[in-house]
Design a protein around this ligand. Structure first.
Ligand code: PHE
Length: 455
């Protein structure tokens, strides 16, 4: 029965799939524009500190849960301790919501691969806004992207996810480095480099820290059971400690190289880095146009993003699909078809909210200022993923217990950082994430106001 779940066929294949999950639109689309919007170097500095503290700790925790339980995210928590399946369930819900809008952006990327050859006209912003705001075309691209994801996932762990990742990830890396070199050697690249790497510490505000935290969770695929699920297909001799270093290190490296590929070019051609989500879609086509061999670089660049997005969307889909397989005893095909259809439908709402439904705002959070698309993004990155991470840390530290977790990790690893990891997972990570979550929800302000009134 366990055999039916599937297994990675090699260590390299597993690593490429895990890195593939982490490296995605988060690194290439979100990271550069978030850095652009939040003071460049200040954001990058906070981001790196949080990756070092959270990445290693939580990836290791999630993988050990998965490998120990050999189950989907919901089943794994419940198997280790009865009644705690809801932590995995929360993660599955997050993955489901993320993929619904992630796939819409994946569709935009597909459109831009095509447009690299056909051109986007003189007014890049107009082209982008008209495209994403229209009711029909983006949904077709969203459907194609979702279909590609479903096709890979339906082929299973070794034959689908692993095989695809082993090709996509190395290709992505090579293309990214080529583009970064091109961008860094442009006249006027220096201003962009400065903006990106020189931290102005006075610009570190609560907003910057909150944005960086959400980005760390999103980019490392944390707090939603992906590493639990992927870990469940691992064998006992895998060195989890080493993997927990490699995955966040490679993910951050790609994010930073992406910054070097994008921001210098943005500055060199006199654009503003504070464009927001349109940064790569509006600014970059203009950048490429003014570059020799621009069409080629543009096509390469958007293919690169497409690869990155696909290897992440398959991990998002796998979390829900393995839930269907393990919990409802569905076949992989049925599970894929069922969840793909649901996510496709929610994605339609996300897509339409860029145009037809842009006035339809979700009232539940932050005073109701988000349309469906932004709501799905904000509720997952800033609320659900950090909450999932917090709960998984508490689960490992105090429910399962670090003693048993350490035993699981030591099956295939000498676990050099055992003592540090225990301190991080028991105290540092829960406290840190809790405080930032409080400030995200605005509760921190209310508490400090209350205390001030008291004294
Ligand atoms: N980490 C992926 C990215 O950076 C997105 C993702 C988030 C994937 C959460 C899985 C889980 O694009």
């Amino acid at each position: 029965m366990e055999e039916n779940r599937g297994k990675w066929s090699s260590r390299f294949g597993f690593l490429m799939a895990a890195v593939g999950s982490a490296v995605g639109l988060g690194n290439l689309w979100k990271f550069p524009y978030l850095a652009g919007e939040n003071g460049g170097g200040a954001f990058v500095a906070v981001y790196i500190v949080l990756v070092v503290i959270l990445g290693f700790t939580l990836i290791l925790a999630e993988m050990s849960i998965g490998r120990r339980a050999n189950k989907d995210a919901y089943g794994a928590y419940g198997k280790i301790k009865k009644g705690f399946g809801f932590i995995g369930g929360l993660g599955i819900l997050s993955g489901f919501l993320i993929l619904s809008y992630y796939s819409v952006v994946g569709g935009w990327v597909l459109k831009y691969v095509v447009s690299s050859f056909t051109g986007v006209g003189a007014d890049k912003a107009l082209f982008f806004n008209e495209f994403v705001g229209s009711s029909f075309e983006p949904i077709i691209y969203h459907l194609i992207f979702m279909g590609l994801t479903a096709l890979i996932v339906s082929r299973g762990i070794a034959g689908g996810i692993e095989k695809a990742s082993k090709v996509l990830m190395p290709a992505l890396f090579v293309i990214l480095v080529v583009i970064a070199i091109r961008s860094l050697t442009l006249d006027g690249a220096m201003a962009g480099i400065n903006y990106f790497i020189r931290p102005n510490f006075s610009e570190i505000t609560v907003k910057v820290v909150v944005a960086a935290l959400g980005q760390v969770f999103f980019s490392l695929s944390l707090g939603m059971g992906i590493m639990v699920t992927y870990g469940s297909y691992l064998s006992k001799d895998e060195d989890l400690e080493k993997d927990a270093f490699i995955i966040p290190a490679l993910d951050s490296m790609v994010a930073i190289i992406a910054g070097f590929a994008i921001l210098p070019a943005v500055f060199a051609f006199g654009f503003e880095p504070t464009q927001g989500p349109g940064l790569i879609f509006i600014t970059l086509p203009a950048v490429f146009e003014s570059m020799p061999l621009g069409m080629l670089f543009s096509a390469l660049f958007f293919i690169l993003i497409l690869f990155a997005a696909l290897s992440s969307s398959i991990s998002l889909m796998e979390v829900t699909v393995s839930f269907g397989i393990d919990q409802f005893k569905w076949s992989r095909k049925v599970s894929v078809i069922f969840f793909t259809s649901l996510m496709f439908i929610i994605g339609i709402g996300a897509s339409l909210s860029m145009g037809l439904w842009s006035d339809f705002l979700i009232p539940w959070i932050d005073g109701g200022r988000y349309n469906i698309f932004d709501f799905l993004d904000v509720i997952t990155s800033y609320y659900l993923l950090p909450l999932g991470g917090l709960l998984s840390a508490i689960f490992v530290a105090y429910v399962w217990g670090t003693k048993d977790a350490v035993k699981e990790i030591k099956e295939g690893s000498t676990f050099k950082f055992e003592k540090i990891w225990i301190i991080l997972i028991k105290f540092v990570v829960p406290v840190l994430v809790f405080i930032i979550l409080l400030s995200t929800t605005g509760l921190l302000d209310k508490i400090s106001e209350f205390l001030q009134n008291l004294f």
